[in-house]
Ligand binder design. Sequence first.
Ligand SMILES: *[C@@H]1O[C@H](CO)[C@@H](O)[C@H](O)[C@H]1NC(C)=O
Ligand SMILES: *[C@@H]1O[C@H](CO)[C@@H](O)[C@H](O)[C@H]1NC(C)=O
Ligand SMILES: *[C@@H]1O[C@H](CO)[C@@H](O)[C@H](O)[C@H]1NC(C)=O
Ligand SMILES: *[C@@H]1O[C@H](CO)[C@@H](O)[C@H](O)[C@H]1NC(C)=O
Length: 193
Amino acid sequence: MCSRGLKIFLVVSLLFLATVFTAIVVLFFTILKPRDPVITLHLVDFQHFQLSDSFLYKLTKNSNISLQTVISMKNPNYGSFKYGNSSGYVKFHDMIVGVIPIKGDLIPARSQINMNTSINLMLGKLVNAYEFLSDFANGTLNLRSRFILRGKACMLKIIKLKTRTYTACKISLKLPYNKEVNSICKSKLQFDL
Ligand SMILES: *[C@@H]1O[C@H](CO)[C@@H](O)[C@H](O)[C@H]1NC(C)=O
Ligand SMILES: *[C@@H]1O[C@H](CO)[C@@H](O)[C@H](O)[C@H]1NC(C)=O
Ligand SMILES: *[C@@H]1O[C@H](CO)[C@@H](O)[C@H](O)[C@H]1NC(C)=O
Ligand SMILES: *[C@@H]1O[C@H](CO)[C@@H](O)[C@H](O)[C@H]1NC(C)=O
């Protein structure tokens, strides 16, 4: 047998819990809802870089060039994101032709950072690839780049979650004078639970 006071207490407690629960759910799906970061690659040097016949003629199989690149990372979330050192690769068809070192950093909540790095492009290997000549003749060189950022997302200073961000970019260069460099990237944020 419950007393009237206990009943009221139980009802009020349940209402309170329901309200807190609803508030958490609403918060989670609005403010805390994780959004994918927006990552873009800007190949600064490609504009000044000409794959002319005379330039290609001088290349050897082991020739490398370093191309200045800016990776901008925009964090649309209400939490900060910290990631460690990483490295990305650049592929031409199925062949790895370049690496991008990525230095770890912190992106505060709802902000953007620009990171200076460089693509170490194995130009000799690229030029000697089986498909290079036909793509060169066609006037477009398509490269793909992928990297994974491993780190921690921190929300409201107390919730810390391990995350992995997968980024895949398509880079297209117009040849031989690449005035136009297009890079389209897609990123996906994933929690390591
Ligand atoms: C070019 O880079 C590749 C891979 O990083 C390396 O193995 C090769 O020795 C480099 N070539 C030269 C000439 O430094
Ligand atoms: C990350 O790389 C920088 C240089 O690029 C180095 O100074 C630093 O020690 C590295 N950090 C870790 C945790 O490896
Ligand atoms: C990146 O490089 C540019 C030009 O080289 C420089 O102005 C800028 O301050 C650098 N940014 C960072 C974060 O180092
Ligand atoms: C050549 O380029 C055109 C347009 O840029 C494209 O539609 C076509 O598929 C390309 N051909 C080859 C063999 O890559």
